[in-house]
Design a protein around this ligand. Structure first.
Ligand code: 5GP
Length: 130
């Protein structure tokens, strides 16, 4: 069971953003920028391009809804999209609110984010999710 499956199962706490039958979104615990969100399929698959066409398409559409909520909740120009997958073997899409290119620098993460700020950001994004 991956760490993301344990988060989805509620065994590990997270700042949850949204879920449906097949996908789950929550704040990255070491964000590159405030509002950095992960979108994951509930079905465990390591590599995103091993997902079926149907699952990948549905995941993209779910991520679009989350990105719209991030953009509505936080001051940013756009929401950037990245797939890395080098650390956690459970497919996921990174969504990061951007004002400039440096906001998506994965070599400079916020290492110990303030829990109260994370909670407020999650609530703001959640309340804009449609
Ligand atoms: P990647 O696999 O895409 O290289 O990186 C995995 C991402 O998941 C990292 O940005 C990391 O901060 C995040 N992450 C790893 N473990 C946890 C966790 O337990 N909770 C949350 N919310 N994020 C995590």
């Amino acid at each position: 069971m991956t760490i993301f499956s344990r988060i989805i199962a509620g065994e590990i706490p997270c700042y949850k953003i949204a879920e449906d039958d097949n996908f789950f979104a929550f704040l990255d615990i070491n964000p590159v920028n405030w509002g950095h969100t992960l979108v994951v399929p509930k079905h465990e698959t390591d590599y995103i391009f091993d997902l079926s066409d149907e699952e990948l398409s549905a995941m993209t559409l779910f991520a679009k809804r989350v990105a719209k909520a991030i953009k509505a909740a936080l001051p940013c120009r756009k929401v950037g999209v990245t797939v890395l997958g080098l650390e956690v073997p459970h497919a996921h899409i990174h969504l990061v609110p951007l004002k400039n290119e440096g906001d998506m620098d994965f070599s400079h993460k916020i290492s110990d984010p303030d829990p109260e700020k994370m909670k407020q950001i999650a609530e703001a994004i959640r309340s804009n999710f449609e």
